[in-house]
Design a protein around this ligand. Structure first.
Ligand SMILES: [Zn+2]
Length: 216
């Protein structure tokens, strides 16, 4: 089974997830969000402590708070940078996003490969399945760890809330459709690891998310 740890980083408290297979040490860093030297040091210590060998650095989507640590992660840990091409305009516009929101930004390297539904993410013998979950941003993808009944859902849905759809490329109808057909269709006990805040489950959100009450 994969081990899963997280840190909330940067002024937006974006969650960086470290997911690794203890047998092989193969690891993925999802949404590297470290934005200053203290946070970068914390990530270095964690990766070392867990014995994680970073095989993939993955961005669920292109917002600055989820990509601000890309350069640090790739230069420090290596690995393949997987980024969803539907959000490429956000990556290209990241310096402007950084300035607007006051982030210290070391420009991301260019992605090594597209994150899409055909991407195979293997960590040792464990597999993450990539699912297109647009609406918060057009290119956003979630990562399903079916064997572990878990999903990394970026900014699609949060505990008791849903993602914004008023930013570039966002769309409310698309987001609600994504949540209904791709997230809440998962087994009830599936743990949802969101891009901000605490984890939740598909069942809890189906039953009690106030933003979804009128759509379900
Ligand atoms: Zn976002």
């Amino acid at each position: 089974m994969l081990n899963i740890e997280h840190c909330a980083l940067n002024p937006f408290a974006a969650n960086t997830f470290l997911v690794w297979d203890p047998a092989s040490g193969e690891a993925a860093m999802i949404d590297p969000a470290a934005s200053n030297e203290r946070e970068r040091e914390e990530m270095r210590e964690r990766v070392e402590e867990y014995g994680a060998k970073i095989k993939y650095v993955i961005n669920t989507h292109g917002h600055i708070d989820h990509i601000v640590g890309n350069r640090f992660a790739i230069e420090t840990f290596g690995g393949t940078l997987l980024f969803p091409s539907g959000d490429k305009p956000l990556l290209d516009g990241a310096p402007d996003q950084a300035e607007m929101y006051g982030f210290e930004y070391q420009p991301s390297p260019e992605p090594d490969a597209d994150l899409n539904e055909g991407t195979d993410i293997l960590l040792g013998d464990e597999r993450l399945r990539v699912v297109h979950t647009p609406g918060h941003s057009p290119g956003e993808h979630s990562l399903l760890y079916e064997k572990g009944a878990a999903a990394f859902v970026g900014d699609v849905i949060f505990k008791g809330a849903i993602g914004r759809y008023d930013l570039w490329g966002g769309d409310e109808t698309t987001l609600i459709e994504t949540i209904k057909t791709k997230i809440l269709s998962l087994p009830d006990d599936t743990i949802l690891y969101a891009g901000h805040g605490e984890k939740t489950t598909a069942g809890d959100e189906r039953r009690s998310n106030p933003f979804l009450a009128s759509f379900l």
